[in-house]
Design a protein around this ligand. Sequence first.
Ligand SMILES: [Fe+2]
Length: 619
Amino acid sequence: MLLLIVVFSVSGQKRFKIPSVYSNITYDVEGNLMLNIGNMSYILNDMPSEMTLENLIGNPQATTTGILFDFKNALNNGTLYYGLIPYEDSKYPLPVYFRAPVQIMDGKAFVNMQALKGRYDMINWVKKGKGMLGYRVVSETGEFLYDGRIGFKGNKPIFIDTTIVEGPFVNLLTHESVVLSLKTNLSVNVEIEIGGNKYSSNSASTYHEIPINGLQESQEYKYTVHFGTNQESYSFKTAPKPGSRTKFTFGYASDSRSGQGGGERDFHGANAYIMKKIMALGAYENCSFMQFTGDLITGYKIDPNQIQLEYANWKRAVEPWARYFPVITTMGNHEATMYYWALPGGDFYSIDKFPFDKVSSEVMYSQNFVNPLNGPESEDGSQYDPNKKQVDFPSYKETVYYYIYDNVAMVVLNSNYWYAPSTSHVNETSGNIHAYIMDNQLKWIEETLEVLENDDNIDHVFVTVHTPFFPNGGHVNDDMWYGGNNKFRPYVNGKPVKNGIIERRDELLDVIVNKTEKVVVLLTGDEHNYCKTHITPETNIYPDTWDLPKLQLKRSIYQVNNGAAGAPYYSQEITPWTPYTTGFTTQNALVLFNINGEDIEMKVINPDTLDEVDQLKLR
Ligand SMILES: [Fe+2]
């Protein structure tokens, strides 16, 4: 735990201890966080926002005849679409919007439930005395801001009911266990019923993570969530026992932040349109799970409350399907909460926000997802740790980890740890650069791959990381290449670390390619395209000017890049490995891996058109 030292300044503003890993950052006498470069001092741009999840949920209140929403200062005017959600006639209940939306005026909107009676009452709520309302908040300029839902009971008067406002989601699925997570509008106990057994949340809360143990392998389980006087039922299928070598499929994609084109393509932080298509295709292809590696959302937020809204929008997009199978994610560069100093002329300085255990990019991410805890702790204890006796770095918790499904292991990395968005200024502020895997994470990767290499149940290891080892379009000037410039590297407490970005890439490749036989493919993203690059011992992976030792690869490996989940596109650029790159496309794509014992076939489908984009027999 980070030791939190809070000092109150004369003006009463909170001062948190500045982590010793940063440089040139101080407080002034009034408690402002200052950046001091040369003889200049810059004051922090601290911009609290009203565009928060809490405000956009709209504080729904019942009246005699309907439900009143109050979006506070998040928006003045706009449109509220609404409709009933039928839970009984579909596996994936979604709102069916009523023919006439209502206007949001002065931040408020009223839904007259009396209009949803008679021939519009397809859920029979009048007779049952309860139902679910879905609602969509759209700004005055037509931007989709939030999709919410609220349960109601009664008829006239109407009352607000206990509601699952997010989830349930299937997490940490194994052959014998699962963790279900969900959020409720009211602080309540929830109970989950599976196969005649009941599992309860330990205490009343609005957030629930409920572990379910003692399950049978490869079995479909119906689960019912009881909350208040309500219930919802879904199902999941447990994994096969590790090493069963059954036939199964999983999906891979990344980069679903808001795209262009308006509508659901720009759902306040997420390309909900393509994400829904990807999830529907994944379900249609019987995916046992989906791996999604970074840039879920637009992010880069100063106010952590804003990033909560974007995460909620992304989770809403995948929710109908993620109630049935796991969607396993990690962070990319966009999952950033940051301190930000704007300079005259448009330049800026930006670092990972602290206190790290309260508002960092890492902690905001980990609050929103349920991932394994088998990763490294942090970069504390590394050779560049400025103080071995205290915690100075953010946690890796839930952003670096591995999981096993049958004979496959997925090793999930975080190449945007302690990431300073102003990468070109890390020599002044300190911080990690985009795409650099720091020492402790590298050590953990080596140890983890060795464990998996010696595990007889595992035939295939996939390594996934947001940033390509070999960028091809959009990030050739950064990722693990920086245009062939090795000088880029993190700075800690004002000092550069020993190895540059390309040296670190080579150390990673040495561990992943040369020291294992099981790692079959590198799954990357960040660049908003699909392509595959065959990295062979003959592939040129160095700039012409390279004068440091070269890594000799002992075998070939594929890098499969799929950042084509909806973020704005990049075209292909020329690199030393361009001759080894095939299949490049800016079409949206879902990569599917069909595993059958020792065999792996990859096929790539456009989730929008269902056109086949590419295919490859990997093993
Ligand atoms: Fe990215």
